[in-house]
Design a protein around this ligand. Structure first.
Ligand code: SAM
Length: 471
């Protein structure tokens, strides 16, 4: 039997059955990151190292598998209605020897397992499905989140997509008239677009962005059969009708978009002190297209205010760029940058800054986290940032390298490489010395500066220490 919602799902279903969605991990969906937003909202989450974690619309499992590999004592489930994607995901789990995960081929509309989850992830899902499925997602979260659980749902924002809509329309029109594909129409438009006015600049920027996304992404993105961007208030209000409470942005540095400069932030703050109104206005100002909201059950056990002690329990690393030298949180940034690329317990920071008392450190940390000066997680990420003598990728990274997929670093960031570099990565099984790998590198990619590249990979926590017997 086909229901009316099934009918609306048909073009979406056909798209995902016929074309493989590009494999990608999403750092902002990492429960060790989203747990921070929960903690700042007064909720104590189950540690993701011992949790039940579900991804809805998991495609080929690229995002979920590295998490399952990282936390062997947690249980993972991925669901998707694209059969090809689920069979790829299952195959990868078996090939990488990851057994704490199951993948189910099902439509969310018909999925009602007899379990609760501590973390629910839905990335690239919400805005691309009919209203009935959006409602089913909220209902599912309300029904299947554990009392202290959180759901992280990304969605497209009207503020940025309203600017793109006329350009999308234009490209579609051109494709129809010329019977050409989107990439050809975009190139043609870029060539013909005037450069003189601010509006023309905006159009150029959008066309260039489309071109950069490329033919693998565009059918699922700008040219998807369904794209329904919402405003932040709409997401918050509608989710609340389903018994869910919005805790904030998954990345606490993006509640106010990082693209917004200090002058605009101060101006905004002088006009409004409603945090939500402020965030929506900021989204409009920068033309933001995307958010990832963290939701809890409205009846979840929360503390009125998060405690400073909870902040001091976090793990942190330095942000991507140094703050101005006179910024009060600058010492935190510099200590972390000197400690190395790993994510360190806050105790390491307080040990290096004994002159800062804990309450003051907590205040500075909060400021540094909301401005992206310091990046928090709810658990440390230790690794040796020096390349080992026998570089060894874990079985999943090795598999991704052999399949020429983005290899996921210690912070859940997907890293893509030129085809020839994959030849070297795929040989990093812990049985070859740096010298042997250098030889492979010289023969496959003579242009590659091997040693700095290896150091870069080590600095991203790509290597594991192989057991002595495996060499
Ligand atoms: C845009 S892709 C996103 C994939 C992945 N989460 C990511 O962000 O990289 C959306 C996925 O949701 C799946 N999907 C869409 N509607 C669904 C439904 N009603 N039930 C289950 N899966 C669905 C599609 O098959 C597709 O794999």
């Amino acid at each position: 039997m086909t229901t009316s919602s099934d009918c609306k799902s048909i073009p979406v279903r056909q798209l995902y059955e016929n074309l493989a969605y590009p494999d990608m991990s999403h750092p902002v969906m990492d429960p060790a990151v989203t747990g921070v937003a929960a903690l700042l909202g007064g909720l104590t989450c189950v540690p993701p190292s011992h949790a039940r974690i579900l991804e809805i619309g998991c495609a080929g499992g690229h995002n979920l598998l590295p998490l399952a590999q990282r936390w062997p004592h947690s249980q993972f489930v991925g669901i998707d209605f694209a059969e090809n994607a689920i069979s790829r995901a299952r195959h990868r789990a078996i090939a990488a020897g990851i057994f704490n995960i199951s993948f189910q081929h099902t439509d969310l509309l018909h999925y009602d397992p007899p379990v609760e989850f501590d973390y629910i992830i839905a990335h690239g899902f919400f805005s691309w499905v009919p209203d009935e499925v959006k409602a089913a997602l909220f209902k599912f979260c309300q029904r299947h989140l554990a009392p202290s659980g959180i759901a992280t749902i990304s969605f497209n924002l009207r503020s940025g997509w309203a600017r793109r809509a006329p350009v999308i329309e234009l490209v579609r029109h051109l494709c129809q008239s010329l019977d050409c594909d989107e990439m050809a129409a975009i190139s043609l438009l870029l060539n013909a677009a005037p450069t003189s006015s601010a509006a023309a600049g905006d159009i150029r920027w959008i066309l260039e962005d489309m071109l950069a996304k490329g033919p693998a992404i565009l059918p699922f993105d700008d040219f998807s059969p369904l794209n329904d961007p919402w405003a932040l208030e709409q997401f918050v209000t509608v989710s609340s009708r389903f018994g869910l409470t919005w805790l904030g942005e998954a990345d606490p540095a993006e509640n106010l978009p990082s693209a917004l400069d200090d002058t605009s932030r101060n101006l905004l703050a002088s006009i409004s002190n409603d945090p939500m109104g402020l965030q929506s206005a900021a989204d409009l100002l920068v033309g933001r297209t995307f958010r990832a909201g963290v939701l809890r059950r409205t009846d979840a056990p929360v503390h009125e205010r998060f405690s400073a002690a909870a902040l001091l329990d976090l793990a942190v690393r330095s942000g991507t760029s140094a703050p101005p030298p006179d910024h009060p949180a600058a010492p935190l940034y510099h200590v972390l940058a000197a400690l190395g690329p790993q994510c360190h317990p806050v105790s390491a920071l307080s040990a290096a800054l004994p002159e800062i008392a804990p309450p003051q450190l907590a205040r500075l940390l909060f400021e540094a986290i909301s401005r992206g000066i310091v990046r928090p997680r709810i658990e440390p990420v230790p690794f040796d940032p020096q390349p080992p003598e026998f570089p060894c990728l874990d079985p999943l990274r090795l598999l991704y390298a052999r399949e020429r997929l983005p290899v996921v670093d210690a912070f859940h960031v997907p890293c893509s490489f030129p085809v020839a570099h994959y030849e070297v990565l795929a040989a990093m099984d812990g049985k070859r010395s740096q010298g042997a790998l250098l030889e492979i590198s010289r023969s496959h990619c003579p242009e590659l500066d091997f040693e700095p590249w290896l150091a870069h990979l080590a600095g991203r926590g790509m290597f594991q220490t192989p057991p002595a017997t495996s060499r």
